[in-house]
Design a binder for this molecule. Sequence first.
Ligand code: PMP
Length: 468
Amino acid sequence: HSASRGGRDDAVHGRLLADDTRHVLHPWADLSTLGKQDPLVITGAEGVEVVDSRGRRYLDAIGGMWCVTVGYGREEIVEAMAAQARAMPYFTPFGDVANEPAIELAAQLAALAPGDLNRVHFTTGGSTAVESAVRVAHLYHAALGRPGRRHVLSRTDAYHGSTYLAASLSGKQADRVRFRYEDTWVHHLESPGHDADDTSVSAAERLAGLMAGMEAAIDRIGAENIACFVAEPVLASGGVLVPPPGYHQATRELCGRHDILYISDEVVTGFGRLGHFFASQDRFGIVPDMITTAKGLTSGYQPLGAVLISDRIAGTLAETADPDKPVFSNGFTYSGHPVACAAALANIELMRREDICGHVRDVGPYFMDRLRELRSSPIVAAVRGDHLMACVECRVPGESGPTPRNMALAHRVDTYCEAGGLLVRPYENLCIMSPPLVVGAAEIDRIAGVMADALARAEADLRSGTAA
Ligand code: PMP
């Protein structure tokens, strides 16, 4: 490979590794290996593949981090970013100052969004989009003379980001260690995917149980104290958990009845991953009050997030603005960054031209079918997902859940995948997959094949007593 597309020479590679080990604290790093980490340094990428600093090539079944949707090396996005950086790289977006790509992108997002979600507030990524949406919900209720509506409903297994409030909403206990998160007005409802693999419970029974739990929580907290419900349509990082049929409509209806704002966190599910620009309406039949988006918005070429807000909410904020203090005190230096918005515009154009959403609707079921075949392995507890978001749950036979042995087993599967030229994302006892949306049938076969091989090797280790 040429230097820009892959392998570095040994001296450069050695220095990079040493500097990473000495100086970088990675997001979500394993602290027990801080100062000893052995990073995978990705130096090049093309199509659905990435290359590391040793020149090794991998099929990227992570999609960067759920975000590289149209694949790597898309010159039209790169060109759009370069042209914008040359013309006007940055100027404040505060107050009444605007830039052209941000205006254009807001109009496009409003056209893509369901219902009357026509008002766009740009952020720097997913966490800041979720934070901003909750603040908008608080402002909305305060504007209507009910400042007591501060409580927020979330779910166990949810992931909403890593800033303080977004992390408070996230529901995985494992992610909460050593932090004292807000617990006076954040409430975690039961995860809608909690017993998704338990065939002794019908989907209708699960739905009934979840809704009874949600109604009881609203009764207990008091609807007059609740600002909003924040929900991923399919819970992503918490283990690719798909709620039972009818859940989205039922929760939407319940929230509407109590004037609890419904915030759909589409940071992962938006921009094609489930076969539509937004999954809320087109996949699950609901129109939320707000949608948060990031990641696939730019296909990961630039950091950018947005909150799409209904005209009803924005109109209320405008009509009730305090003449003495009319400022919407929320926003970031890089909200609607021109280069990021230019990347998003080029990305949307490309997605339309190549009908990326249609492609996902075509190959998504095949991807899930190929992965479901892996259930024949005795170390696979479950395969879950929808279209191009999926996970394989590993287990030592007879042992369920994220136990230390099951987590070690998934880690082993992940290591064998990497050796076989496939990158998946290990999380607890799961191997999570969200390939670029342009993935084809042959590449899906490759993913399933390497995964099957990795599972077979890990199982053999288990049998021979060299694992877990
Ligand atoms: N919401 C969801 C559903 C996410 O999956 C993520 C990130 N994985 C976030 C919010 C946070 O986004 P970011 O990391 O861009 O802040």
